[in-house]
Design a binder for this molecule. Structure first.
Ligand code: ATP
Ligand code: MG
Length: 292
C-alpha cells in the first residue's frame, strides 16, 4: 500500500506547486482578493499585493487569473506574467501584447503602444470587457519598467482605466513603488499577505488534506503546534515539513502524524531528505509529481 491510500488521500496534499485548487481562503486572503476584485470591477487601474517569500503570492495570482477568466459573465480577460525579467520597455510590451493574443507586432515601441491602445479600445470601450494584466514577482521589474507601467495606466476615458494592472511581489517591490510617488498614488488597492497565525495554519493544512480526500484529522494538535513553531506560519515551509512528516509517519505505520514526525521532518528538511526514509533510498513518493 502506498502512503496516499494508507492515509485515505487521492493525491498528495503537500506539493509545493502553487496550485490554486489548494488555496485556503483565510480572512486575510479573502480580504486581499475581495479588495483587488472590487477595484477591478470598477476599473480603477492599479492594485498591489505584497507578501514575504513563501506566503502564497503566486498561488493568489493564479487563483485570481483563473477566477477572472472563468467568471460567468465572460467579461474579463486576464493574463499573467510570472517572471518579468525584462529590461526594455518594448520587450515587456511585446510580451504583454502576445499574452493578449496580438500576432503582428510592431518593431517600434510607439507602434506597439498603438496596438495595445487599439486592443483596449476594442475590448474595453466597444466590447465592455475588463482587461487585466497580472504580474507576479513584479519586484524583478526595474524601476524604469514600473514607470512604463504607470504610463500604460494613462490609457483611460472619463470614467475608468482601460488597462487594469495587478502587481504581486515582495517588500522589494514595496520599496520600489514607494520611491515613485506617481505610481504609489495610483495604487487603488494595496494588501499584504502575512504569515498565518497558528489557527489558520492548522486550518490551511486541514483544508489541503480535505481537497486531497482526507476529512478526518491527519495531524495531532501537538504536531500542528510544532509545525507552527518551526514554520513561523510561512505556508511553503509548513507544507514542505508536512510532506516529510507524512513520509516519516508512514514509515512508522502511524495512523496520524504526531509531533515526533514533525521533528523528524525538520531534521530531514535540513539534511535534504527525511530521516525515516528507508535505505536504499527509493523515493517513497516517486510518481506523485513531487518536486525535490
Ligand atoms: N492560503 C493558502 N492555502 C493553501 N496553500 C497555500 C496558501 N498560501 C500558500 N500556500 C502554499 O504555499 C506554497 C508557497 O506558495 P507560493 O508559491 O504561492 O508563495 P510565494 O509567496 O509566491 O513564494 P515566493 O516568494 O517564493 O514566490 C505553495 O505550495 C502554496 O500552495
Ligand atoms: Mg511566487
Amino acid at each position: 500500500m502506498d502512503y496516499l491510500s494508507y492515509y485515505g488521500l487521492n493525491e498528495s496534499p503537500f506539493l509545493i506547486a502553487p496550485n490554486p485548487r489548494f488555496l485556503y481562503m483565510s480572512a486575510q486572503h479573502r480580504a486581499a482578493l475581495a479588495k483587488v476584485v472590487s477595484r477591478l470591477q470598477t476599473r480603477q487601474g492599479l492594485s498591489v499585493v505584497y507578501g514575504a517569500v513563501g506566503t502564497g503570492k503566486t498561488t493568489v495570482a493564479r487563483w485570481l487569473h483563473d477566477r477572472l477568466n472563468e467568471d460567468p459573465s465572460g467579461l474579463y480577460i486576464a493574463r499573467t506574467i510570472y517572471n518579468p525579467g525584462f529590461r526594455r520597455e518594448n520587450q515587456l510590451l511585446r510580451v504583454i501584447l502576445r499574452e493578449f493574443g496580438a500576432e503582428d507586432l510592431a518593431r517600434t515601441l510607439d507602434g506597439n503602444l498603438a496596438l495595445l491602445q487599439g486592443f483596449l479600445q476594442r475590448e474595453v470601450v466597444e466590447g465592455d470587457r475588463t482587461v487585466v494584466l497580472i504580474i507576479d514577482e513584479a519586484n524583478l521589474l526595474p524601476a524604469a519598467l514600473l514607470e512604463f507601467l504607470r504610463q500604460l495606466l494613462n490609457f483611460e476615458n472619463n470614467e475608468f482605466k482601460l488597462l487594469q494592472i495587478v502587481l504581486v511581489g515582495t517588500d522589494e517591490l514595496r520599496a520600489k513603488i514607494q520611491r515613485k510617488p506617481a505610481l504609489a498614488s495610483r495604487a487603488r488597492s494595496v494588501s499584504t499577505l502575512e504569515p498565518f497565525d497558528a489557527e489558520d495554519l492548522g486550518r490551511m493544512i486541514a483544508y489541503r488534506a480535505s481537497v486531497a480526500g482526507r476529512e478526518r484529522p491527519l495531524f495531532t494538535p501537538a504536531a500542528l503546534a510544532a509545525l507552527y513553531d518551526i514554520s513561523e506560519g510561512i505556508p511553503r515551509t509548513a507544507i514542505n515539513l508536512c510532506e516529510y512528516a507524512l513520509e516519516a509517519a508512514f514509515v512508522d505505520e502511524a495512523t496520524i502524524v504526531d509531533e515526533g514526525h514533525i521533528r523528524q521532518a525538520t531534521d530531514g528538511v535540513e539534511q535534504g531528505r527525511p530521516r525515516g526514509a528507508r535505505e536504499p533510498s527509493v523515493p517513497l513518493l516517486a510518481g506523485t509529481g513531487r518536486q525535490p
